[in-house]
Every structure is written in C-alpha cells, then in structure tokens.
Design a protein around this ligand. Structure first.
Ligand code: KIV
Length: 286
C-alpha cells in the first residue's frame, strides 16, 4: 500500500509519480490494477460527474459518497481526497473535524488549496492531528470567483517566487506533497527543484516530480472543455454513445434479448406451465 512517505521517497529516488483522479468504484479498481501510484478524489467531480459549472458547488457530503466508492475500489494507491469549498475556510477546528471525517472513511490524505496564513495554520493542525495533507498552488479552482477565470499562474519571475515562498510555508507546515496547476514549465521546474516535498503537476510541464490529470479527460469521457495540457488516451464518449445506440436499436428491433440471454424453464416445468395456462384459457372461453 502506498503511503505519503512512499510518495516522498519516490522524489528522492527520482521515480516519477503517476496520479489520476477517480470518483467511482470500478474506475478506481482498474486504475489500481493498472499501477497508478496516487488517486485523487478531486472536487473536479463537481464538473465531470455532477455537471456543475464550478467546483465551488461541491459539498463535504458529496465528497464522502465518492470517497467511499474509491476506497472500496482501490487498495494499493494512496487515496487523497479534496476538501471541498468552504469545508476548511471557516476555521481550523472545523477544517480538522471535516478532514477527520474523510480520513475515517478510508482516505489516506486530504488536499487543500491556497497558501494564505489560515491555510498554513490549518495544515499545521491537520498534520499534528495525524492527517496527511497535500497542498495545491498555481491555479486554484476553488478561488475561481476571485481569480476571474482559468488563467495560467506564475507567468513572471516575481509571481514564480511568490508561489515558491507559499510552497515553502506549506512544506514547513507539514504538507507531504504539493499539486501545482497551470504554471509555465520553467516556473514548475524551479519550484520542484527548490522543495523537499514532491510536486505533482497538472498543466505544469515535464519537470515536476509527478503528473496528475482528471480521469474523465484522460479517458475522453468529459466533453465540456479540454485544456491544452490534457492527453486523451481513449475515446470513451464515442464508445458509450455507440454502445447505447446499438442497444436502443436492438431493443426496438427485438433482437435483444436472445434465448441465451434469458431464463428458460426445464422441459417438465414448461409442460406443467403450458397445461395450466391452457386449462385457464379454456375456462375463460367456456
Ligand atoms: O479536483 C481535481 O481534479 C484537482 C486536480 C485538477 C488536481 O484538484
């Protein structure tokens, strides 16, 4: 079973960390069987599963349902769960309590976004309470209404140094790793090289200690929007549409189900059944 410590060891040994989001039992199981190191039950579930326009609509109760499903499906990878919007912003006590509920469900760690002072205090307290924390800097989707859109962060030296300073505070507070989202590759390289903890990039180029993508993007299932950093490894959307339209056609044309796709009575039971029906029919007609 992969622990936060093993994820840190991978950086030291120069082994790249392969991470992916997952939200359901079977995808988590297959990702585990395929060798994924880390599964994030991301609040991107809001967009790709629940159909919301932003992650800010996801609740702690939503995250609990998807956490249970992933924990049941994946046994080896480290399972990190996103703390949703407003589940860690209103006070350290509330944040630790909410994170504890996710850990109790089987999460191996939680992820929180941002580098503000209250986030640093929260990371310290969570770590002291036995809850491993992953930070998240660069583009932070839960701050979309303040950021004003999906903009690349760290686009100049000043901003890169600001991100690195925040990252160092997150590291010193006890976080075991950091997600770095949508920053230029040189910015990500500089930050990764100057941190002890592993940096897992999304839209951050090739120099980070690992990569993470949203599974629905990787599988070609979500067609809402596709950022340039996504690599699509399958076309599940087309597979689903073709399969469902074939099913609809077969039902309408009565070619489904076939005899071998239904249950039959044994010969003597069938005869008994037939004779009973015939007698009943005869009674009605007489
Ligand atoms: O919610 C999510 O999927 C994430 C990734 C984009 C890192 O936070």
């Amino acid at each position: 079973m992969i622990t936060p410590l093993k994820i840190q060891k991978m950086k030291k040994e120069g082994i790249k960390i392969a991470a992916l989001t997952s939200y359901d039992f079977s995808t988590a199981k297959y990702a585990d069987e395929a060798g994924i190191d880390l599964i994030l039950v991301g609040d991107s579930v809001g967009q790709v599963v629940l159909g919301y326009d932003s992650t800010t609509k996801v609740t702690l109760d939503d995250m609990k349902v998807f956490t249970r499903a992933v924990v049941n499906g994946a046994k080896n990878p480290l399972i990190v769960v996103d703390m949703p919007f407003m589940s860690y912003h209103t006070g350290v006590f509330e944040a630790v309590k909410n994170a504890g509920e996710l850990i109790r469900l089987g999460a191996g760690a939680v992820k929180i976004e941002g580098g503000f002072d209250y986030i640093i205090d929260t990371i310290k307290q969570m770590t002291k309470s036995g809850i491993p924390v992953m930070g998240h800097l660069g583009f932070t989707p839960q701050y979309i209404n303040v950021l004003g859109g999906h903009f690349v962060q760290g686009k100049n030296l000043k901003n890169t140094i600001e991100i690195l300073e925040a990252a160092k505070k997150i590291q010193d507070a006890g976080a075991f790793s950091l997600v770095l989202e949508m920053v230029p590759d040189v910015c990500a390289k500089y930050i990764s090289e100057n941190l002890e903890i592993p940096v897992i990039g999304i839209g951050a180029g090739k120099y980070t200690d690992g990569q993470i993508l949203v599974v629905d993007d990787v599988l070609g299932k979500f067609d809402g929007f596709s950022p340039k950093f996504v690599r699509k490894y399958a076309d599940i959307k087309t597979t689903i549409k073709n399969a469902v339209s074939s099913y609809v056609k077969d039902v309408k044309e009565q070619t489904f189900p076939e005899i071998n796709e239904s249950f039959q009575l044994k010969e003597d039971e069938y005869e008994e059944f037939e004779s009973y029906i015939n007698k009943e029919r005869a009674k009605i007609l007489s």
